[in-house]
Write a protein that binds this ligand. Structure first.
Ligand code: BGC
Length: 437
């Protein structure tokens, strides 16, 4: 493995609903994921996040696992419905107390707390009022950011406003496989603009409380054009605009790209200036590239997504393509030039069907190979001049993987859900050694 610059940030990521459990404790209100997971047929194994990894009660044990890993940072998310149980009004002190304890525990272990404000768990009453389709939700988000920064702003080392607004818009509001389960296809654009407006307003709110540096974590997927016709090229461009540019161009002062579904009527005067509030770091979440070709005649979509041949695959059936990480980092650098802030890879990881052997050990060589390939690909992009300053593995723990329930394991640490027993996998030791070196 090549050397990394001193001060490079090595971390792991999680999110609140996927690990915390304790969904009715200390005044927490319901989120859209509580509602969705409890609806029949939504989650493949019929499970919910009611208990998840019980991290709410086991955070000290999990902080010890982080300390053992030697990471310099831990990216977690704050559950909005713990801070504001109905999405509006004063802070629920007991909810913030939990994050206070977590943050202090991390700092005592020498680990930088990196807090994401929104990882998809919108308070249910806000969804009842229209969710991210409503402009008002953006203002509510800024208010929540302010309350959280008031309490934690002196100790959090990096603030991330939103996690993957593209995925939340597409799966949550476009095709309905995630909460809140809406199926609006391209009419979901208001959920893009209002999330980004919320991001811009939250950046201002955080800075007003001197809570910084500030970032957003976007999902990126380099497009692999399948076929070579003009129609294939147009399809690849349309998909790229939607997935890779819609949530980045306006933040870096370019305005919106020409993306499918974009509805200018939703954008008010002055909004683009709010969206373009400077950020200090761009968070990049990368899992795999996307194959795209021209759609069949009569398709409602301007592109067709096609499986990519010739790659090994994870348990999610996602192609393992480390070169895609290098490609997307170069693309960001090329596309935005000096406007690109330092980048941190805020999620990178893979699901495999890991299970303890007869001795209770969990050996996961595929994950080691996956991470090794991605770290090297990132390092190559850095050598080519892309300003990358951190890398976070998704995830610390096996956890509740949204619509896949407990069936997909992404952790460096195996979790036996009935007993909540944590067992570090061989990838945990591998990552610890990498960080140490
Ligand atoms: C999300 C995580 C999720 C991971 C694996 C990312 O899109 O931010 O919450 O667990 O992908 O699917």
């Amino acid at each position: 493995m090549p050397d990394f610059p001193a001060g490079f940030r090595w971390g792991v990521s999680t999110s609140a609903y996927q690990i915390e459990g304790a969904t009715t404790v200390d005044g927490r209100g319901p989120s859209i994921w509580d509602t969705f997971a409890h609806e029949a047929g939504r989650i493949v194994d019929g499970s919910t996040g009611d208990q998840a990894c019980d991290h709410y009660h086991r955070h000290a044990e999990d902080t010890a696992l982080l300390a053992g890993l030697g990471v310099s940072a831990y990216r977690f998310s704050i559950a909005w419905p713990r801070v504001q149980p109905t999405g509006t009004g004063p802070a629920n002190a007991a909810g913030l107390d939990f994050y206070d304890r977590l943050v202090d525990g991390l700092l005592a272990a020498g680990i930088d707390p990196v807090a994401t404000l929104f990882h998809w768990d919108l308070p249910q009453p806000l969804e009842d009022a229209g969710g991210w389709l409503q402009r008002d939700t953006a203002a509510r988000f800024a208010e929540y950011a302010d309350l959280t920064a008031t309490r934690l702003g002196d100790r959090v080392k990096l603030w991330i406003t939103l996690n993957e607004p593209f995925i939340h818009m597409t799966l949550g509001y476009g095709i309905g496989t995630h909460a809140p389960g809406r199926m609006l296809l391209f009419d979901a654009f208001p959920a893009a603009h209002h999330q980004l407006l919320g991001h811009g307003l939250a950046v201002a709110a955080l800075r007003a409380r001197t809570a910084s540096p500030v970032a957003i974590a976007n999902n990126y997927s380099p497009v692999r054009q399948v076929g070579d016709t003009d129609a294939d090229r147009a399809a690849a461009q349309a998909y790229d605009a939607l997935h890779n540019r819609l949530f980045t161009d306006p933040l870096l002062g370019r305005g919106y790209p020409d993306a499918p579904g974009l509805d200018p009527a939703v954008i008010r005067d002055g909004d683009l200036d709010v969206l373009a509030a400077p950020i200090d770091v761009l968070g990049v979440n990368y899992y795999n590239p996307t194959g795209v070709r021209a759609p069949e005649e009569g398709s409602p979509l301007p592109f067709e997504m096609v499986p990519l041949d010739g790659y090994p695959r994870t348990a999610f059936d996602w192609p393992v393509a480390p070169d895609g990480l290098r490609e997307l980092l170069r693309q960001l650098h090329h596309r935005y030039g000096d406007a690109l802030p330092p980048v941190q890879v805020t999620e990178s990881g893979c699901a495999y069907d890991d299970a303890p052997d007869a001795q209770g050990r969990v050996d996961d060589p595929e994950r080691i190979a996956y991470l090794d390939g991605h770290v090297r690909a990132m390092r190559e992009a850095m050598a080519e001049g892309v300003p990358v300053t951190g890398y976070f593995v998704w995830s610390l723990l096996d956890n509740w993987e949204w619509a896949e329930g407990f069936t997909k394991r992404f952790g460096l640490v195996h979790v036996d859900y009935p007993t909540q027993r944590r067992t570090p996998k061989s990838s945990y030791a591998w990552f610890r050694d990498l960080v140490r070196r």
